[in-house]
Design a binder for this molecule. Structure first.
Ligand code: LRH
Ligand code: MN
Ligand code: MN
Length: 424
């Protein structure tokens, strides 16, 4: 389903007066509003192909209907999001959940919707039908070389799929670890994992990046072989210049200072990308900005500061991806909320008065430093984000448009009320 451009225009026309009033108010407060709008327009966040259906938990799944039944329909759904917000112009695929059987066709379909292929994700945390060896006791860390080889081969296959689609990065997340003390020799597990990753790394094309994602726990509950940013950085450093750490916001132990982690990884040139979501307890995969919006702001504040210090391009020099799961919401509505939260927070971080902040830091003026950050965080930038959308042909209020046009009902009509997307 392609959205009717004239419907978006009518929607915008209806809202334009209110929008302009709000925009003029905030625009007068911003130093270089044109430069800021351009940054917002350029910024794109990849949507994961596994977030388009209701994920559920191991206790149950409650599909809402109209879920995409195949990769084509997933691309259609992301195309719809992108037509509404013009900020989700990429898709991140998980293999084998979404195998692009006919790459030429899939690539053309994505291009039709203005979508590119962001990082490819491999999966050695589940056993697939017909697979020779089980990953029950790990994949790249496994004590049996044949299992490790199977995991290596899978990752190399994922790179090949990505090459056909024009992707330039591979995200490796390993669930490897142990559930009980004594189960694993930590050093052997690390060495096996490193050697396996090295094999994959040597198959990586020159212009590709490899993202090593870490996670504190789950499904292993005693130890995880890539359990935190230190371990990920260790692997990435040993692998070489094309390997980076990937930060998934939900993969830390409670109260971890993620903004400091981000600052230091950036300083070392080893931050590769993000999996955005939000979390109250662990890997909750909740809507971005729904639980700890100030933490997200502090992370973006470090990103903008650190990327500017290194002369990096905000839009393209890191991989920006969402990693979410939806138990009770319409996944498309949830993704619209997540992208909006990212854009709002990015805009707020761009408003931080960096010169004044540096001065306050040099003077040990703690109060002023805090005031400067909170001044930006408490600014209502929604009209700036909406203006960027309007300029690039999107809808002033994507969520309202989605509801007014009863898009889910249309999807249920065409796909049925029982369709289930592949993924988590
Ligand atoms: C692991 C993870 C990883 C997987 C995705 C489905 O918790 O964050 O990124 O690939 O979830
Ligand atoms: Mn993730
Ligand atoms: Mn996760």
């Amino acid at each position: 389903m392609q959205l009717d451009k004239s419907a978006i225009e009518a929607h915008n026309e209806y809202l334009i007066k209110d929008h302009e009033r709000r925009f003029n108010y905030i625009a007068a407060e911003v130093q270089d509003v044109e430069a800021l709008l351009q940054k917002l327009i350029d910024f794109q966040v990849a949507i994961p192909s596994w977030a388009l259906g209701t994920g559920g938990t191991r206790f149950g799944r409650f599909p809402g209907g109209g879920e995409p039944r195949n990769l084509e329909e997933k691309i259609e759904d992301i195309g719809l999001l992108h037509a509404l917000n013009n900020s989700s112009g990429a898709i991140s695929l998980h293999i084998p959940w979404d195998i692009p059987e006919n790459a030429t066709h899939i690539k053309a379909l994505a291009a039709q919707h203005g979508l590119q292929f962001d990082a490819m994700n491999s999966n050695t945390f589940q056993d697939q039908p017909g697979q020779a060896f089980s990953y029950k006791y790990g994949s790249m860390q496994h004590v049996n070389k044949a299992v490790r080889q199977q995991a290596i081969d899978h990752n190399i296959e994922v790179i090949k799929y990505g090459l056909d689609l024009g992707s330039t990065s591979l995200t490796v997340w390993l669930s490897d670890g142990s559930c009980f003390p004594g189960q694993l020799n930590f050093r052997n597990a690390f060495q096996n994992t490193l050697e396996s990753l090295q094999q994959v790394y040597s198959a990586l094309p020159d212009d590709w990046k490899m993202f090593v994602e870490y996670k504190a726990f789950e499904p292993n509950f005693y130890s995880t072989t890539v359990g935190d940013w230190g371990q990920s950085l260790l692997y990435a450093s040993k692998l070489g210049s094309k390997a980076y750490t990937l930060v998934d916001l939900g993969h830390h132990l409670p109260n971890a200072n993620i903004e400091q982690i981000v600052a230091l990884l950036l300083m070392e040139g080893k931050l590769g990308g993000f999996h955005f979501n939000d979390s109250k307890y662990g890997d909750d995969d909740l809507t971005v900005g729904s639980i700890k919006p100030y933490q997200l702001f502090l992370i973006f504040n470090e990103l903008v500061e650190g990327m500017d210090a290194r002369g990096m391009k905000h839009a393209t020099d890191l991989g920006w991806m969402i990693d979410a799961s939806h138990n009770v919401k319409d996944p498309l509505e949830d993704l619209l909320q997540s992208v909006e939260a990212i854009m709002i927070t990015y805009a707020q971080a761009l408003l931080v008065d960096r010169k004044k902040l540096a001065e306050a830091q040099l003077n040990n003026d703690v109060v002023t430093a805090q005031e400067i950050l909170q001044q930006a965080f408490r600014t209502d930038v929604r009209a700036l984000v909406a203006a960027a959308r309007l300029r690039s042909g999107g809808a002033l209020n994507p969520l309202a448009f989605y509801r007014q046009h009863d898009i889910r009902a249309g999807l249920i009509n065409r796909r049925g009320s029982k369709s289930m997307a592949t993924g988590l």
